[in-house]
Design a protein around this ligand. Structure first.
Ligand code: 0XW
Ligand code: MG
Length: 367
């Protein structure tokens, strides 16, 4: 099976409730890039990459498309059998830009899975479960409103909540954490995510003022070096998210002993294949982690759920998909959906999701 054509599409994904608010950026609409790889036997494989705007991390939609333009022409005619060989081809055309290469990796696995008649989870080592827990991400908001939504989401079945903080007075962040804890208690596990927004001093204050509340502290400060200085000075476990820029960054954080767990993102790590290595490193050190992406439609959601199903459940922190914030699905017949805080792992060969024919219009670039 060889690559015959590669079509690139864009999809505008408006945020359903209007705004998704994080420490340093508000986003209202996301620009997703989709890849359709057409094999010479007519089979199609899909990939996607969708940065949550250009500020969250050093990724942006136009950058992804420029990187795809460098890579795609060099893949035409390649055999789709060895994902490692295809990865090598991509590296020979372009240095870095894992978040763009991830879209190809997802599409290769989708094609290979369909060809072999197995779901992508099987190609990633094998699923341990048919359903994975999700977590709900509460955007930066007032303490009372955040606590109200937190209680609703726990009632809806979410076993874990992520409370976004920062970008305002630390007192309001402290009040929000307290209110959420009062509203949900031990009914849900809590992550407090500052999305790089706190100074070391503010992170230490918040930690002290919320000492009795059990939560994990996600990406409190901007850099890995700043986070490293929190060791021994905060009582809550610290997880890294945005700083896990590639496999090496995760390896470094583990070897320095500065992270108690991770928020892992499929495209940031360079794709599902690269993420399996990170998953296995975390297993060696008993480190918990999530399986997410920054944003994306059903293709990214399916990718997250497939890898999530291969993670040992006792260390699994949940999958985050953007479904709660997106109207409709790419594949109305086999959508990836959260039901009572959990997501069924697609069982069809490949990703198990096929965008409806023509739904993205004409390709912006056919190769
Ligand atoms: C909750 N997420 C997985 C989605 C947004 O992109 C932010 C991200 C995070 O944990 O930072
Ligand atoms: Mg995070």
């Amino acid at each position: 099976m060889r690559i015959d054509r590669i079509n690139v599409y864009t999809a505008n994904l408006p945020v359903k409730a209007g705004t998704y608010r994080m420490a340093s950026v508000d986003v209202k609409s996301l620009d997703s890039t989709l890849l359709e790889i057409v094999a010479d036997d007519g089979l199609t494989g899909w990939g996607e990459t969708c940065p949550v705007g250009p500020v969250y991390q050093p990724h942006h939609a136009l950058g992804a498309r420029a990187a795809i333009a460098e890579i795609a022409p060099g893949l035409i005619g390649s055999e789709i059998a060895s994902i490692r060989l295809l990865a090598k081809r991509m590296d020979e055309r372009l240095n870095g830009q894992g978040y763009a290469k991830a879209a190809f990796d997802i599409a290769f696995l989708d094609l290979l899975g369909q060809r072999l008649g197995v779901p992508v989870s099987t190609l990633l080592g094998g699923a341990l479960t048919n359903s994975v827990p999700a977590y709900y991400s509460l955007i930066v908001g007032s303490p009372d409103e955040t606590a109200r939504i937190a209680a609703d989401k726990v009632k809806a079945g979410y076993p874990r909540l992520q409370v976004k903080i920062s970008g305002r007075n630390v007192e309001e962040d402290v009040a929000t954490v307290h209110k959420v804890w009062e509203a949900v208690g031990y009914e849900a596990r809590i992550a407090v995510d500052a999305n790089r927004g706190l100074t070391v001093a503010s992170a230490i204050h918040l930690d002290r003022l919320c000492q009795a509340i059990p939560f994990i502290f996600e990406q409190p400060c901007n850099t890995m070096d700043e986070v490293a200085t929190l060791r021994g000075r905060v009582t809550h476990p610290v997880y890294l998210d945005e700083n896990t820029e590639d496999q090496n960054a995760v390896l470094r954080a583990i070897s320095l002993g500065i992270a108690d767990g991770f928020g892992l993102k499929v495209t940031r790590l360079g794709g599902l294949t690269k993420m399996t290595a990170v998953r296995d490193l975390c297993a060696i050190r008993s480190l918990p982690h999530s399986c997410d992406d920054a944003w994306g439609g059903d293709i990214i959601a399916a990718a997250c759920v497939h890898i999530a199903s291969t993670v040992e459940p006792r260390r699994f922190e949940g999958a985050w998909i953007a479904q709660e914030y997106i109207e409709g699905h790419f594949d109305a017949k086999n959508p990836v959906i959260i039901t009572q805080g959990h997501i069924a792992v697609p069982q069809l060969p490949g990703l198990g999701v096929k965008p409806e024919l023509g739904m993205f219009g004409k390709p912006i670039a056919p190769y």
